[in-house]
Write a protein of this length. Structure first.
Length: 147
């Protein structure tokens, strides 16, 4: 990826990161939020501070910045290790977390989460493509057979 394109994507991420974080994925029902919480309790111990747990929280809590990062990760930008927008190439490390959430949820909550991801993906795609992104988050899910 040309350095100019990386700088453009980093600049877009920095501006997107200024958006307020949400306490949960916008529009999810309490039942789906509880189902995600049960998965989290099954996967992690209380007080866990591992990188895997931090990535899970960023993904499962659905802050706008984590969704925007996910869109850009599909395009080869890795934000899984820091919150200060340091870019590096990636072979997909960290991208499977949301896919795992969707696969592990019961059918109803999984369908609701997919709908919300698609809605948010459209919002993020409209911003990320101006920074040179070429793949949508939901296109990656299509390739994984999640939809």
């Amino acid at each position: 990826m040309p350095p100019v394109r990386i700088r453009a994507i980093m600049a877009a991420c920095q501006s997107l990161g200024a958006m307020p974080r949400n306490p949960g994925i916008p529009g999810l029902s309490p039942a789906t939020e509880r189902a995600i919480g049960r998965l989290e309790r099954d996967r992690f111990q209380p007080g866990d501070t591992s990188a895997a747990y931090r990535l899970w929280r960023r993904t499962a809590t659905g802050s706008f910045t984590s969704w925007e990062r996910s869109v850009l990760e599909v395009n080869g930008i890795d934000f899984t290790d820091t919150d200060d927008y340091q870019c590096s190439y990636t072979q997909g490390r960290g991208r499977s977390t949301l896919a795992q959430v969707i696969r592990l949820l019961p059918a109803g909550p999984a369908a609701e989460l997919r709908r919300q991801v698609q809605r948010l993906d459209t919002q993020m795609w409209n911003k990320a493509r101006h920074a040179g992104a070429t793949y949508r988050l939901t296109a990656w899910f299509d390739w994984q057979g999640i939809w």
